[in-house]
Design a protein around this ligand. Structure first.
Ligand code: ZN
Ligand code: ZN
Length: 267
C-alpha cells in the first residue's frame, strides 16, 4: 500500500535512557537463554512534516527512573531540543499507554493536547489497579496528571481507530496494557507502524514471543497481526524499546542518539 500521495512525514527515534541490567527472561515469555543479558533502550518518538510536530509518548521523569534503576542520558525534553523540537511548543502528544516510562513526562509539554484510548484511561483508573501486580508499571502521579489534563480540556479520549493529522492514524491494540495504541504514519518509504510497547523488541513480533509484562496475551498476539497488517513490511514495524533501532537507521545530522525512521534502514 503506498502512502497518500503528497502527504509524508519525517519520523525520529530519540534515545534518552537505557537499562543494561535486563535479562532475557524479562523480555520474552519463552526465552532461549533465561539469564542472558538483553538490554532495553528508552526512546521518545517524534513525527514532523506538513507544518506539524507530533510527539509519541513523554518518556519517564528522573525520580521514577532513579527509583527503578534506569540510566538517564538526558531528559526526554532535552532529547527533543537536540533535534530542534521545543517540547513547550508541541501541540499534540500521543500517549500510547500510561506506563511510567511513557506517561512520566507530561509536564514537559505544557501546551499539548494529549491523545489516549478510552480503554487505557478506564484500565489505569479501574478495578484492575486494586491488584498491586497489575499497577506495578504505573505511577499514580502520572495517572493524576492524565486526569488533570482531562479536566483541563487537554485530553482527547479516542475509541479505536482515529486520524489525528492528515494520514496519521491511531490504532487500539491492547494486550500489554488495557488500551495501548500504535501509530501509523505515511512516509516516503511507505506506511510505518510505530508499535511502541505493543512490541518492545523486533524479536517479540517477528518470533511471536510475547513480552512478559502483559494483561492479555491473546490480544498481544492479535496486536502483532494488526501491526503487521498496517505496515508496508517487516522493516516498517518499529518496536518501542529495541537497542537495534539506533544501529539500523540513519542518524539525524550525525547524532548517533537520534535516527530517521522514515528513511530506509542502513543495516
Ligand atoms: Zn509499557
Ligand atoms: Zn515501555
Amino acid at each position: 500500500m503506498a502512502a497518500t500521495p503528497g502527504i509524508t512525514y519525517e519520523i525520529l527515534a530519540l534515545r534518552y535512557g537505557t537499562f543494561d541490567g535486563r535479562m532475557q527472561f524479562q523480555n520474552f515469555m519463552i526465552p532461549d537463554d533465561h539469564a542472558a543479558p538483553d538490554p532495553l533502550d528508552f526512546y521518545i518518538f517524534a513525527i514532523r512534516g506538513n507544518g506539524r510536530t507530533i510527539v509519541m509518548d513523554t518518556g519517564f521523569n528522573l525520580e521514577s527512573a532513579k527509583r527503578r534503576g534506569r540510566a538517564v542520558m538526558r531528559t526526554p525534553a532535552q532529547a527533543l531540543l537536540d533535534a530542534g523540537i521545543d517540547p513547550t511548543e508541541v501541540k499534540d502528544v500521543i500517549l500510547t499507554h500510561m506506563h511510567w516510562d511513557h506517561a512520566g513526562g507530561m509536564e514537559y509539554f505544557p501546551k499539548a493536547m494529549f491523545h489516549i484510548q478510552a480503554a487505557e484511561m478506564s484500565y489505569c483508573t479501574g478495578p484492575c489497579m486494586c491488584e498491586p501486580f497489575l499497577r506495578r508499571p504505573f505511577d499514580v502521579e502520572d495517572v493524576q496528571s492524565a486526569i488533570a489534563a482531562l479536566y483541563a480540556d487537554r485530553m482527547k479520549v479516542h475509541e479505536g481507530t482515529v486520524e489525528v493529522a492528515p494520514g496519521i492514524t491511531l490504532h487500539l491494540i491492547g494486550g500489554h496494557s488495557g488500551g495501548i495504541q500504535a501509530i501509523r504514519v505515511p512516509t516516503a518509504r511507505g506506511w510505518v507502524m510505530l508499535a511502541g510497547d505493543a512490541s518492545h523488541l523486533w524479536r517479540n513480533i517477528r518470533r511471536r514471543n510475547p513480552f512478559p509484562v502483559v494483561v492479555n496475551v491473546e490480544r498481544m498476539l492479535k496486536g502483532f497481526d494488526i501491526i503487521n497488517g498496517l505496515a508496508d513490511g517487516e522493516d516498517h514495524v518499529i518496536p518501542g524499546h529495541d537497542p537495534l533501532i539506533l544501529k539500523r537507521f540513519p542518524p539525524l545530522n550525525g547524532n548517533p542518539e537520534i535516527v530517521r525512521l522514515d528513511l530506509p534502514p542502513i543495516a
